[in-house]
Ligand binder design. Structure first.
Ligand SMILES: C[S@@+](CC[C@H](N)C(=O)[O-])C[C@H]1O[C@@H](n2cnc3c(N)ncnc32)[C@H](O)[C@@H]1O
Length: 240
């Protein structure tokens, strides 16, 4: 069964349960497929997050990496910024893989929509390929803002809309035809890799996401397209 069918209304609780179960199902193959299906570009994108964030945060910063999965962005932040970093995710099998790979990091089990942290606890929050999976994008953005110190930064790495028309068609064909087949065979879950392009198609484009960020109280919002807009990195500052 697909995660969601177009037009089907499901409750936020059902959405969360299905997303959690889907990542639990593919967790063992998640890293392999990420690197294989993206030609390892995903790791370069995560490095860009750390490079852009580093000059914007204080020394000895505290960073929360939300929807951290198996910890690849968490570890990149830890290694490239010198910050204290906590990874949080609501899918235990993903977290367990992260904890096994990176025993030097701190991982917490919890929901991105109800973060178990006080208001204004972090200098920066990051979310890599996670926002798209939340049942409410705006609620998720508000929760990221809540745990940030005033003037703290949120960095959002997510798939986006390719900006060059020919490239857009090519990447659409790849995502809609090849990716579900390869992902399905290797992970054993065709629906998970069908859900991926569907969720990307439903996600706001670069400008729309920047505008949502401003709506919930971020200023100084800017984005950078990565690999022709296949992904984008948005950075915003908690306004007050
Ligand atoms: C595509 S993975 C991204 C993992 C990691 N950030 C990376 O860059 O590889 C998405 C992750 O979001 C997590 N996730 C989705 N919804 C969540 C929620 N409401 N709260 C916490 N984690 C969530 C999933 O469990 C999954 O591990």
């Amino acid at each position: 069964m697909g995660l969601t069918n177009p037009g089907q209304k499901i409750s936020p609780e059902d959405h969360a349960r299905r997303v959690r179960e889907m990542f639990a199902r593919i967790s063992k193959r998640y890293d392999l497929l990420n690197h294989l299906l993206s030609g390892n570009i995903d790791q370069r994108w995560r490095r860009v997050v750390t490079e852009k964030l580093r000059p914007l945060i204080p020394a000895n910063a505290d960073i929360l990496d939300v929807a951290c999965g198996t910890g690849d962005l968490t570890v990149a932040l830890f290694e490239n910024t010198g910050a204290r970093v906590i990874g949080i995710d609501f899918c235990r099998p993903m977290l367990e893989l992260g904890a096994r790979k990176y025993p030097q990091l701190s991982f917490v089990e919890g929901d991105a929509l109800q973060l178990p942290f006080a208001e204004a606890a972090f200098d920066a929050v990051t979310i890599g390929f996670g926002l798209r999976n939340l049942s409410g994008i705006k609620t998720g953005l508000k929760e990221l803002r809540r745990v940030l110190k005033p003037r703290g930064r949120a960095a959002i790495l997510e798939f986006s809309k390719p900006t060059v028309p020919g490239f857009r068609a090519l990447s659409g064909a790849y995502c809609n035809y090849l990716l579900p087949r390869i992902g399905g065979i290797i992970s054993g879950s065709r629906s998970a890799y069908r859900y991926l392009p569907d969720s990307v198609a439903r996600f706001p484009d670069q400008e729309a996401l920047a505008s949502l960020m401003r709506d919930v109280g971020f200023d100084d919002v800017a984005f950078q397209n990565l690999t022709g807009g296949i992904a984008a990195l948005h950075i915003g500052r908690r306004a007050r």
